[in-house]
Design a protein around this ligand. Sequence first.
Ligand code: ITT
Length: 200
Amino acid sequence: MPFEIFFATGNKNKFDEAKLYLERNIRGLILKQLTGDFPEIQAGTLEEVARFKILAATKQCTGNIFMEDAGLFIPVLNGFPGVYSSQVKKMLDCKGILKLMEEYKSLDKREAYFEACDCLFMPASNEFKTFSGRIDGTIAFEERGKNGFGFDPIFVANEPRGNKKTFAEMTNEDKIQISHRSRALQKLKDFIVQQRKLPA
Ligand code: ITT
Protein backbone atom coordinates (compact mmCIF):
# COMPACT_ATOMS: atom_id res chain seq x y z
CA MET A 1 0.00 0.00 0.00
CA PRO A 2 1.54 3.35 -1.02
CA PHE A 3 1.73 5.92 1.75
CA GLU A 4 2.86 9.54 1.88
CA ILE A 5 5.27 11.48 4.02
CA PHE A 6 5.76 15.22 3.72
CA PHE A 7 9.19 16.81 4.00
CA ALA A 8 8.63 20.43 4.95
CA THR A 9 11.52 22.33 3.45
CA GLY A 10 12.07 25.29 1.17
CA ASN A 11 15.30 23.74 -0.04
CA LYS A 12 14.73 21.72 -3.22
CA ASN A 13 18.21 20.13 -3.05
CA LYS A 14 17.57 18.79 0.42
CA PHE A 15 14.23 17.45 -0.77
CA ASP A 16 15.75 15.74 -3.85
CA GLU A 17 18.43 14.01 -1.75
CA ALA A 18 15.84 12.84 0.80
CA LYS A 19 13.50 11.59 -1.93
CA LEU A 20 16.27 9.64 -3.62
CA TYR A 21 17.22 7.99 -0.34
CA LEU A 22 13.82 7.33 1.25
CA GLU A 23 11.80 6.18 -1.76
CA ARG A 24 14.53 3.69 -2.52
CA ASN A 25 14.69 2.38 1.01
CA ILE A 26 11.05 2.29 2.14
CA ARG A 27 8.77 0.22 -0.02
CA GLY A 28 5.56 2.06 -1.03
CA LEU A 29 6.68 5.44 0.27
CA ILE A 30 5.94 8.61 -1.70
CA LEU A 31 7.85 11.63 -0.41
CA LYS A 32 6.21 15.00 -1.04
CA GLN A 33 7.61 18.46 -0.49
CA LEU A 34 5.66 20.87 1.71
CA THR A 35 6.77 24.44 1.18
CA GLY A 36 5.68 27.26 3.41
CA ASP A 37 6.91 29.82 5.83
CA PHE A 38 8.10 27.85 8.83
CA PRO A 39 9.77 30.11 11.36
CA GLU A 40 13.16 29.09 12.78
CA ILE A 41 14.34 29.99 16.24
CA GLN A 42 17.92 30.83 17.04
CA ALA A 43 18.91 28.02 19.38
CA GLY A 44 22.07 26.27 20.51
CA THR A 45 21.46 22.90 18.85
CA LEU A 46 20.11 21.56 15.58
CA GLU A 47 17.66 19.41 17.54
CA GLU A 48 16.09 22.39 19.29
CA VAL A 49 15.70 24.19 15.95
CA ALA A 50 14.22 21.11 14.23
CA ARG A 51 11.75 20.48 17.07
CA PHE A 52 10.61 24.10 16.99
CA LYS A 53 10.36 24.25 13.19
CA ILE A 54 8.03 21.27 12.95
CA LEU A 55 5.40 22.76 15.26
CA ALA A 56 4.25 25.30 12.66
CA ALA A 57 4.30 22.67 9.92
CA THR A 58 2.02 20.26 11.84
CA LYS A 59 -0.60 23.04 11.92
CA GLN A 60 -0.60 23.14 8.10
CA CYS A 61 -0.42 19.42 7.42
CA THR A 62 -2.29 16.57 9.09
CA GLY A 63 -0.21 13.79 7.54
CA ASN A 64 3.12 12.22 8.45
CA ILE A 65 5.68 14.98 8.29
CA PHE A 66 9.31 15.70 9.02
CA MET A 67 11.63 18.67 8.96
CA GLU A 68 15.36 18.96 9.13
CA ASP A 69 17.90 21.37 10.50
CA ALA A 70 21.42 20.88 9.24
CA GLY A 71 24.72 22.70 9.29
CA LEU A 72 28.45 22.72 8.78
CA PHE A 73 30.56 22.69 11.96
CA ILE A 74 34.24 23.73 11.98
CA PRO A 75 35.93 22.91 15.31
CA VAL A 76 38.83 25.37 14.85
CA LEU A 77 36.20 28.14 14.54
CA ASN A 78 34.44 26.87 17.69
CA GLY A 79 31.79 25.10 15.63
CA PHE A 80 30.96 28.08 13.39
CA PRO A 81 28.82 28.35 11.25
CA GLY A 82 26.92 25.43 12.91
CA VAL A 83 23.33 26.37 13.75
CA TYR A 84 23.85 29.65 11.87
CA SER A 85 24.73 27.90 8.60
CA SER A 86 21.70 29.13 6.70
CA GLN A 87 22.34 32.83 7.43
CA VAL A 88 26.12 32.48 7.06
CA LYS A 89 25.70 30.87 3.65
CA LYS A 90 23.65 33.89 2.56
CA MET A 91 25.97 36.48 4.11
CA LEU A 92 29.52 35.07 3.77
CA ASP A 93 28.99 32.18 1.35
CA CYS A 94 31.73 29.59 0.70
CA LYS A 95 34.26 32.36 -0.07
CA GLY A 96 33.80 33.87 3.38
CA ILE A 97 34.44 30.52 5.08
CA LEU A 98 37.57 29.99 2.96
CA LYS A 99 38.78 33.44 4.03
CA LEU A 100 38.22 32.61 7.72
CA MET A 101 40.20 29.39 7.18
CA GLU A 102 43.14 31.04 5.39
CA GLU A 103 45.44 30.96 8.41
CA TYR A 104 44.82 27.23 8.96
CA LYS A 105 47.01 25.45 6.43
CA SER A 106 47.31 21.94 7.91
CA LEU A 107 44.56 19.41 7.28
CA ASP A 108 44.05 18.65 10.99
CA LYS A 109 43.16 22.32 11.55
CA ARG A 110 40.75 22.16 8.60
CA GLU A 111 38.63 19.36 10.04
CA ALA A 112 34.89 19.92 9.74
CA TYR A 113 31.67 17.97 9.79
CA PHE A 114 28.15 18.23 8.49
CA GLU A 115 25.35 17.29 10.82
CA ALA A 116 21.62 16.90 10.20
CA CYS A 117 18.80 16.52 12.69
CA ASP A 118 15.44 15.37 11.36
CA CYS A 119 12.28 15.70 13.43
CA LEU A 120 9.38 13.42 12.47
CA PHE A 121 5.74 13.65 13.51
CA MET A 122 3.43 10.74 12.74
CA PRO A 123 -0.17 11.40 13.84
CA ALA A 124 -0.70 7.66 14.45
CA SER A 125 1.96 7.56 17.16
CA ASN A 126 1.35 11.19 18.24
CA GLU A 127 4.96 11.86 19.17
CA PHE A 128 7.90 13.86 17.90
CA LYS A 129 11.01 11.78 17.20
CA THR A 130 14.43 13.12 16.24
CA PHE A 131 17.20 11.40 14.29
CA SER A 132 20.72 12.72 13.74
CA GLY A 133 23.44 11.96 11.25
CA ARG A 134 26.99 13.21 10.74
CA ILE A 135 29.79 13.03 8.18
CA ASP A 136 33.36 14.10 8.98
CA GLY A 137 35.75 15.70 6.55
CA THR A 138 37.90 18.75 5.89
CA ILE A 139 37.48 22.21 4.41
CA ALA A 140 39.00 22.37 0.92
CA PHE A 141 41.48 25.13 -0.05
CA GLU A 142 39.23 26.35 -2.86
CA GLU A 143 35.68 25.87 -4.15
CA ARG A 144 35.34 22.88 -6.45
CA GLY A 145 32.37 21.35 -8.27
CA LYS A 146 29.00 22.43 -9.54
CA ASN A 147 26.63 19.88 -7.99
CA GLY A 148 24.74 20.08 -4.73
CA PHE A 149 24.14 23.26 -2.77
CA GLY A 150 25.21 25.28 0.24
CA PHE A 151 28.73 24.48 1.45
CA ASP A 152 29.12 21.42 -0.79
CA PRO A 153 31.88 23.06 -2.94
CA ILE A 154 34.23 23.40 0.07
CA PHE A 155 33.58 20.14 1.97
CA VAL A 156 35.72 17.04 1.34
CA ALA A 157 34.32 14.00 3.15
CA ASN A 158 36.70 11.50 4.78
CA GLU A 159 34.72 8.76 3.05
CA PRO A 160 34.98 6.72 0.97
CA ARG A 161 38.58 6.05 2.05
CA GLY A 162 41.02 8.26 0.15
CA ASN A 163 38.27 10.57 -1.13
CA LYS A 164 39.52 13.87 -2.56
CA LYS A 165 36.27 15.10 -4.13
CA THR A 166 34.18 17.85 -2.60
CA PHE A 167 30.49 17.06 -2.15
CA ALA A 168 29.87 19.38 -5.12
CA GLU A 169 32.06 17.16 -7.31
CA MET A 170 29.97 14.10 -6.38
CA THR A 171 26.64 13.10 -7.86
CA ASN A 172 23.61 13.02 -5.54
CA GLU A 173 23.85 9.27 -5.84
CA ASP A 174 27.42 9.30 -4.42
CA LYS A 175 26.58 11.89 -1.78
CA ILE A 176 23.65 9.93 -0.34
CA GLN A 177 25.88 6.92 0.28
CA ILE A 178 27.71 8.86 3.02
CA SER A 179 25.98 12.13 3.84
CA HIS A 180 24.82 13.42 7.22
CA ARG A 181 21.33 13.66 5.69
CA SER A 182 21.09 10.03 4.62
CA ARG A 183 22.56 8.90 7.96
CA ALA A 184 19.80 10.75 9.81
CA LEU A 185 17.24 9.45 7.31
CA GLN A 186 18.45 5.89 7.77
CA LYS A 187 17.39 6.10 11.45
CA LEU A 188 14.11 7.75 10.45
CA LYS A 189 13.56 4.94 7.94
CA ASP A 190 14.19 2.24 10.58
CA PHE A 191 11.61 3.91 12.85
CA ILE A 192 8.96 4.13 10.11
CA VAL A 193 9.52 0.54 9.00
CA GLN A 194 9.08 -0.62 12.59
CA GLN A 195 6.01 1.59 13.22
CA ARG A 196 4.25 0.47 10.06
CA LYS A 197 5.45 -3.10 10.42
CA LEU A 198 6.81 -2.95 6.88
CA PRO A 199 9.30 -5.46 5.51
CA ALA A 200 12.79 -3.93 6.06
P1 ITT B 1 14.91 24.54 5.16
O1 ITT B 1 15.13 25.12 6.54
O2 ITT B 1 13.78 25.17 4.42
O3 ITT B 1 14.82 23.04 5.18
P2 ITT B 1 17.65 25.46 4.68
O4 ITT B 1 18.46 25.57 3.43
O5 ITT B 1 17.51 26.71 5.52
O6 ITT B 1 16.22 24.88 4.26
P3 ITT B 1 18.97 24.16 6.92
O7 ITT B 1 18.59 25.26 7.84
O8 ITT B 1 18.79 22.76 7.37
O9 ITT B 1 18.21 24.29 5.52
O10 ITT B 1 20.48 24.25 6.46
C1 ITT B 1 21.31 25.31 6.78
C2 ITT B 1 22.35 25.50 5.73
O11 ITT B 1 23.41 24.56 5.94
C3 ITT B 1 21.92 25.27 4.29
O12 ITT B 1 21.27 26.39 3.76
C4 ITT B 1 23.26 24.99 3.63
O13 ITT B 1 23.93 26.20 3.35
C5 ITT B 1 24.02 24.23 4.72
N1 ITT B 1 23.85 22.78 4.48
C6 ITT B 1 23.04 21.91 5.14
N2 ITT B 1 23.13 20.68 4.59
C7 ITT B 1 24.00 20.78 3.57
C8 ITT B 1 24.49 19.89 2.61
O14 ITT B 1 24.09 18.62 2.54
N3 ITT B 1 25.37 20.35 1.71
C9 ITT B 1 25.78 21.63 1.73
N4 ITT B 1 25.36 22.55 2.59
C10 ITT B 1 24.47 22.13 3.50
